[in-house]
Design a protein around this ligand. Structure first.
Ligand SMILES: [Ca+2]
Length: 278
């Protein structure tokens, strides 16, 4: 099983062990490492194709070191992909609450701080998604103001400083579509459900904070100057004296998380395991 799923980083909130899982179809991969690896690949290309001088012994060593670095990055990238659901973990997933959205769809939710084994667990954005996904859930997608309020109440009740959602800015391969430009305005979407987030310039289509570390309205891509695109959506609890609000944050930061049922993953596992109660 581990060959298919990889060793779960955290299986602490699954109640049972995982039997053999089917191999699902290829999933979309929003690897965080891809942009970084791309950047490194570009610099490696510059090193190896410098037109002005022949490669000296020194530059050959630089090239070899760069190639080794690139191989390591590729390996790291390969290991950071979206996780596949595990049927038994899906059936045994912990559900702290359910919520029926405006379409009448009932979803279960998991709050990492409400479950003893994950009470103090903080992970980066992709790990948060993958822990959820092994359980046929995904990081939470907030398609309606009502669902947003439901989650915010839970954050307030738990006095949690911040959480990860599935919100993501489209900044990877395939994001050059005209309708997603500029990415910080039109490129935001819920990766858990695939729903688009309204333009960030229309303040009534989201719950972005009016302020942040630089006193600017979110999303402000504040860490971009340090080479970290702030492409993941976190809810911060009054961090800037601004209430419980959406902020764009670099995806490598670690935070508690909220999972929500994924119809896609549940249907996939259901179709291959008809006897399994999900
Ligand atoms: Ca949702």
């Amino acid at each position: 099983m581990n060959q298919i799923l990889g060793k779960p980083k955290s299986k602490c909130w699954q109640r049972g062990d995982s039997p053999g899982a089917p191999v699902p179809p290829p999933s979309p991969r929003y690897s965080l490492a891809s942009t970084r690896a791309h950047r490194h690949r570009s610099s490696v290309a510059k090193l190896t194709h410098h037109p002005l001088h022949k490669p000296s012994e020194m530059s050959r060593h630089v090239c070899l070191a760069a190639a080794a670095l690139m191989a390591m990055l590729c390996l790291a990238e390969a290991q950071r992909r979206l996780a596949l659901p595990d049927p038994r973990s899906c059936a045994n997933r912990v559900r702290h609450s359910t919520y029926r959205d405006a379409r009448g769809v009932l979803h279960s939710y998991f709050f990492s701080w409400e479950h003893a084994p994950t009470r103090n667990l903080e992970v980066d954005w992709l790990d948060a998604r993958n822990i959820c996904r092994r359980h046929c859930m995904d990081a939470v997608s907030l398609e309606t103001p009502q669902e947003n309020e439901f989650i915010k109440q839970r954050i307030a009740r738990g006095n949690v400083r911040f959480i990860w959602t599935s919100g993501r800015k489209c900044n990877f391969a395939g994001c050059d579509r005209p309708d997603l430009q500029p990415p910080n305005v039109n490129g935001w979407f819920w990766s858990g459900s695939g729903a688009k987030i309204g333009p960030t310039t229309q303040r009534n289509t989201g719950d972005w904070s009016y302020t942040g570390g630089y006193g600017q309205a979110q999303p402000d891509n504040r860490e971009a100057a340090q080479g970290n695109d702030e492409s993941c959506l976190s809810i911060l609890n009054n961090f800037y004296n601004d209430g419980i609000k959406w902020h764009d944050v670099a995806c490598h930061h670690v935070k508690p998380f909220v999972c929500e049922d994924s119809d896609e993953l549940l249907n996939f596992v259901r179709s291959r395991n008809p006897a399994l109660r999900l």
